[in-house]
Design a protein around this ligand. Structure first.
Ligand code: DLL
Length: 434
């Protein structure tokens, strides 16, 4: 289980790693200064030159970049290479009116497949495996990144893409898929349909799940592992930084190892922008150390997590960040209380008989914000309905009140009435207006 794809780098001592990081940081800053006017002009306005960064800690002298910078630079202004040297374009998920465009040089694609190979092996994939990739093959990075990484390991890759659930299940059974790659919510949906369609996971061959691209809880993991018998690992990344391949869980599943030889990580207080102490949750900020086409300088991910430098039982030296459950920008405030949609999911997943299907509706009654959780009930309730349902509804409200600090309304709805949505944040419907 504990195989390491690239022990030379993944188990490097911290001193060696810091030395390598600093060397690569200096190269990146010079590269950016020479080739990206956007960054050069901002640094010049602050009277900064690459040489002013004399240690890793000095990186804080540089200004942050944020998502809106990518929008402003649309499509190619943050590129450090001419298109002639760029051999792939991807864009982040989200509406097409505001895409952030990413370019990859030949060297970047090679780096990317190396990083995704580490992810695959850490999650348990081996060359004898058959991997079904159920990320969308398109502008987003998930499918292409993991595809290249798994091929590099020697895994047999099936580019199944998303959708057509019955076909996915047929492929899974007939092609003897052992590694399933996708978003946890889609994989959960696949298992739902599989069970409804009479598939028995004992007859399938799943061993490993490499799941990410959205927040998911350990309860979801347990449920998926219980249903399928596979070991499910969390994989994290963002397209601005490279895509999948930024960080990954090992068998220990106690935080995600950051590929620190390629990315410098900082954790900041999202309000003040100041660093937070080790282990404390803050916003993850990334600087790329080897990217050629679109280097990333102090990019504010919007994702909240804590970073620990404690050694891991797996032997990897890379720092680990905690699972990302929330973003600085999908948290909502309701009656003065900050609510994370993933916290609601965690409670619901923890309650027996609460279906995984729900949606969160925010609305205003008079001037009071309300939160309603529309939760599908399992058909087992339906025979002796009312009293049982009322007790169940009260129980869910009470559990959520304890978790969130406010009492939401819970409305139980018929199975299959909540629209299927991928991702926790997509389950939040905000009807409050501005
Ligand atoms: O989602 C890259 C990716 C693809 C990662 C496949 C892992 C697997 P974007 O579309 O740019 O890139 O979305 C990035 O998704 O800032 C997080 O908020 C969220 N996210 C990604 N992975 C995780 C995860 C890809 N494992 C944004 N847990 C990030 C929680 C995640 N959130």
């Amino acid at each position: 289980m504990n195989e390491i794809w690239n022990p030379e780098y993944e188990t490097m001592s911290r001193e060696e790693l810091r030395e390598l990081q600093f060397k690569r940081l200096q190269m990146t800053l010079r590269w950016v200064y020479e080739n990206v006017p956007f960054h050069r002009e901002r640094w010049t306005a602050m009277k900064l030159k690459p040489g002013d960064v004399r240690s890793l800690e000095d990186v804080v002298k540089l200004p942050f970049t944020v998502r809106s910078d990518y929008k402003a630079a649309y499509p190619y202004e943050l590129f450090a290479l001419p298109l002639e040297k760029v051999i792939r374009i991807h864009a982040s998920s989200g509406t097409m009116s505001n895409p952030t465009v990413m370019g990859y040089s030949r060297g970047d694609l090679s780096t990317w497949s190396e990083l995704c190979a580490r992810v695959a092996v850490a999650g348990g994939a081996r060359s004898h495996d058959v991997a079904q990739i159920a990320f969308e093959y398109g502008l987003t990075t998930g499918a292409f990144g993991m595809h290249a990484g798994l091929e590099r390991v020697g895994v047999t890759v099936i580019p199944a893409s998303t959708g057509n659930t019955q076909r996915q299940l047929q492929i899974m059974r007939d092609f003897k898929t052992t590694v399933l790659v996708g978003t946890p919510s889609y994989v959960m949906h696949l298992t739902d349909v599989a069970l409804q369609s009479g598939y028995d996971f004992k007859d399938l061959h799943l061993r490993v799940g490499l799941l990410g691209s959205e927040p998911w809880t350990n309860q979801t993991r347990e449920e998926l592992e219980r249903r399928t018998g596979m070991s499910a690992s969390d994989i994290y990344g963002l397209s601005e930084v490279i895509g999948p391949g930024v960080s990954y869980e090992c068998w220990n599943k106690d935080g995600l190892h950051i590929n620190e030889d390629h990315f410098l990580v900082e954790v900041i207080d999202p309000e003040s922008g100041e660093p937070v102490p080790e282990g404390k949750e803050g916003e993850l900020v990334f600087t790329s150390l080897t990217k050629e086409a679109v280097p990333v300088i102090r990019y504010r991910s919007g994702d909240l997590a804590g970073v620990s430098y404690r050694p891991c039982a797996c032997g990897r030296a890379f720092a680990r960040h905690s699972k990302v459950y929330a973003r600085t920008d999908d948290m909502f405030v309701i009656r003065g209380v900050n609510v994370y949609p993933a916290s609601i999911e965690a409670v619901l997943k923890d309650i027996e008989q609460a279906q995984p299907h729900y949606q969160i509706v925010l609305y205003r009654e008079g001037s009071l914000d309300q939160i309603e959780i529309q939760l599908e009930v399992t058909p087992s309730f339906l025979p002796d309905a009312v009293r049982k349902l009322q007790a169940f509804q009260y129980h869910v409200e009470e559990r959520l009140r304890q978790e969130l600090g406010i009492r939401p309304r819970v409305r139980l709805v018929e199975p299959k009435t909540v629209p299927e949505r991928e991702g926790v944040s997509a389950r939040v419907i905000d009807n409050r207006g501005v």
